[in-house]
Design a protein around this ligand. Structure first.
Ligand SMILES: [Zn+2]
Ligand SMILES: [Zn+2]
Length: 428
């Protein structure tokens, strides 16, 4: 009997021990708020595209080193990893922030507006933190300072992961998180936490979802090969235009007839069709490209299989041939169900129960998924919209008018710090 009771007592005693650190975190999070905002404004004014985050990475690395951490630079090109060793033994908790900006020209009139320009894919463009990664970097620098100040009391260690190129560099190059995982960043990690600021959630609130939260993104390509003919005598050829039209319509049945819509949504969109050159020539070939969004590996496999079956069999029925290529970009961002359940009290404590909202699945994607495929992870959304504003009228991420209300940043510092101490308490 004693043998059973004793470990239970130890667990709860230790859990309380680490959660006792919350008031001190609160104090430190308030104290560091203005610094976090200053860092964020500086990053906002000096945005850098994926794998070019040299200035940002240097500021991060200098900061972590000044806090006494072991720092590794140039991880996955421009990434920075800092390890903070707690005073007592325990798990390794990873916290992640992404640092890259986007080829978007800022239209918001701010004193720290970006005026940076570059050439991207052969075009002149502005560079802007139009996804809010500037806030992620600043918030995590704040968390690093808060927890470094309390390190003797921590039962475990923290790995601060500042990753480059979350938005991807090109369709063929690896995203920042994938490359960091390949370089071994997750090997000694027990759990990983991350957040995304969200322009459609009020500052002061947190959104979360257990299980598949954000979609996997894949690029779809279908080439339909027919036989060229005079437009006046279609019977003498095989028309890839009509066949393509049937394929586009056929693809709609994947979501209406093959996917269990009560579980998770999915999206198959054809974004472009190219074929033909003249009104009276039936072309030989039609090319289609599109995007696929799915939630979880099983659904992804199902949707891919149905696309192949529909395209190939419709083409065959017309005497044509369909070549399907699917390029996997990011897997689905899946929050570990058990860990998420354990962390709900943490979210409630950080934001107040009434400010924690269960979110719908999002059809956007995030390369945080690569970290979660290695170790249990939780990814949450932090409110960045002016309280009381209408989310439908608020400019969305990746647009020139994207704007963040900075009053939610201190909650970001608090919740990430709480994740660490609560997880450490739970683990032992
Ligand atoms: Zn983005
Ligand atoms: Zn983003």
């Amino acid at each position: 009997m004693k043998k059973i009771i004793l470990p239970l007592l130890l667990i709860s005693a230790s859990a309380i021990g680490q959660s006792k650190l919350r008031p001190e975190i609160d104090k430190r999070a308030v104290a560091i708020e203005s610094k976090v905002i200053t860092w964020r404004r500086d990053f906002h004014q000096h945005p850098e595209l994926g794998n070019q985050e040299v200035r940002t990475a240097k500021i991060v690395a200098d900061h972590l080193r000044a806090l006494g951490m072991e720092v590794t630079e140039q991880v996955a090109v421009t990434g920075v990893v800092g390890v903070l060793k707690g005073g007592k033994p325990g798990p390794m908790v990873a916290l992640r922030a992404d640092m890259d900006a986007l080829p978007v020209t800022e239209r918001v009139d701010l004193p720290f507006k970006s005026t940076v320009t570059t050439t991207f894919a052969g075009q002149q463009t502005g560079v802007m933190h139009a996804c809010g990664h500037d806030s992620h970097t600043a918030i995590l620098m704040g968390v690093a300072e808060v927890l470094a100040g309390m390190k003797n009391q921590l039962e475990g260690s923290i790995k601060f992961i500042f990753q480059p190129a979350e938005e991807g560099v090109s369709d063929v190059d690896m995203a920042g998180a994938e490359l960091m995982v390949k370089e071994g960043v997750m090997k000694d990690v027990d759990a990983v936490f991350g957040l995304h600021i969200w322009a459609q959630i009020e500052a002061g609130k947190i959104g979360y979802r257990p299980g598949p939260t954000m979609a996997a993104v894949d690029i779809l390509g279908i080439n339909v090969l027919g036989t060229q003919a005079h437009g006046a005598s279609p019977w003498s050829g095989v028309d890839p235009v009509v066949t393509s039209a049937q394929i586009v319509t056929g693809l709609q049945t994947i979501l209406s007839r093959s996917v269990n819509v009560t579980q998770n949504p999915a999206v198959v969109s054809v974004g472009a069709i190219h074929g033909g050159i003249r009104h009276n020539i039936i072309p030989e070939k039609v090319e289609m490209i599109g995007t696929i969004r799915t939630f979880g590996d099983d659904q992804q496999a199902l949707v891919h299989r149905r696309i192949n079956e529909i395209a190939t069999n419709i083409a065959e029925s017309a005497g044509a041939k369909a070549e399907v290529t699917i390029t996997k970009l990011y897997p689905s961002t899946v929050n570990d169900e058990a860990l998420t359940a354990k962390m709900i009290p943490t979210l409630d404590a950080a934001a107040g129960k009434e400010n924690v909202v269960l979110m719908d699945p999002m059809t956007g994607s995030e390369d945080f998924s690569f970290f979660q495929r290695e170790k249990p992870g939780v990814f949450i959304f932090l409110g960045g919209m002016k309280p009381g504003a209408d989310p439908l009228k608020t400019p969305s991420h990746h647009t020139p008018d994207f704007y963040l209300d900075e009053s939610g940043f201190k909650l970001g510092v608090r919740v990430m710090s709480y994740f660490v101490v609560d997880y450490m308490g739970m683990k032992r």
